[in-house]
Design a binder for this molecule. Sequence first.
Ligand SMILES: NC(=O)c1ccc[n+]([C@@H]2O[C@H](COP(=O)([O-])OP(=O)(O)OC[C@H]3O[C@@H](n4cnc5c(N)ncnc54)[C@H](OP(=O)(O)O)[C@@H]3O)[C@@H](O)[C@H]2O)c1
Length: 267
Amino acid sequence: MPELEGVALVTGASTGIGRHLVEGLARRGMAVAGLARGEERLRAAMAEVADATGGRTLAVAADVTDQASVEAAVGEVREQLGPVDLLVNNAGLIDEAEVPLWEADPEQWWDVVTSHLRGSFLLSRAVVPWMLLRDRGRVVSIASGMSTRANPDYSAYSVAKTGLMRITESLALALEGSDVRAFDVAPGVVDTPMTRSMRMWQGFEDWTPPEQVLEIVAAIAGGELDQWSGRFLRAGADDLATLRSTTPEDTARQLRLRPYGDTDPLA
Ligand SMILES: NC(=O)c1ccc[n+]([C@@H]2O[C@H](COP(=O)([O-])OP(=O)(O)OC[C@H]3O[C@@H](n4cnc5c(N)ncnc54)[C@H](OP(=O)(O)O)[C@@H]3O)[C@@H](O)[C@H]2O)c1
């Protein structure tokens, strides 16, 4: 794993995957800013990371769905640490009730969607112009198996994670010709407060080591996987050496309608 440099901004950094990522990126040499709503837990997490790694860290408390807070947070990161080289859109919620769509509480359903989609949109909107100014940057959205497969009990989450793939592909297309790139990284099944809260993972033990998520994100940050911009990668399944040596073709690892056969007019 090469040493990294520059500044990473990771949303949802106070626990779970985001917490693992900030520590791992700091160990690899990046200055790391962590963002989450709960300020106390976030400050404690970023202080622990600074102690454990000796790296530069910053805690910026904000709700990713609030435009003014996001813009203020991104401005603070730029002032305190410098312009962002790596943005990881990781924060987000899950359907709490685990019921079919018609039984879901409308407010919680929509909160799930906005936490991922409005959050990633607002963060990318605030960060990418600065990346373009420097012609340097990588944006990672933390995706899911539910980005490409629906789940009846997690309809809001499926909608949100599928939408993230469109955000990534739209970004990648708009960024063509620049050295700013965008990726979806599904983390596998990592042991976190979110997965512990989900009925579908009760009794599950074959957790994906968070180091495998970190490996892919770090390789992206180091510019090793640029040929995968606009596409979907998965920790715990994808082999890094294979990703490095493979150039995907056509719409590989992108979201498309599968035709029913050669005579399908939409083929
Ligand atoms: N764990 C897995 O196996 C798995 C699998 C597939 C995908 N993912 C995805 O990976 C990401 C992280 O998952 P996780 O399991 O680590 O989740 P988690 O344990 O629930 O942690 C979520 C983090 O996001 C923050 N957050 C939530 N809503 C926010 C908001 N509106 N604004 C700012 N911060 C917010 C939380 O802090 P506050 O509550 O203090 O804001 C917390 O730091 C999510 O996008 C999840 O969908 C996880």
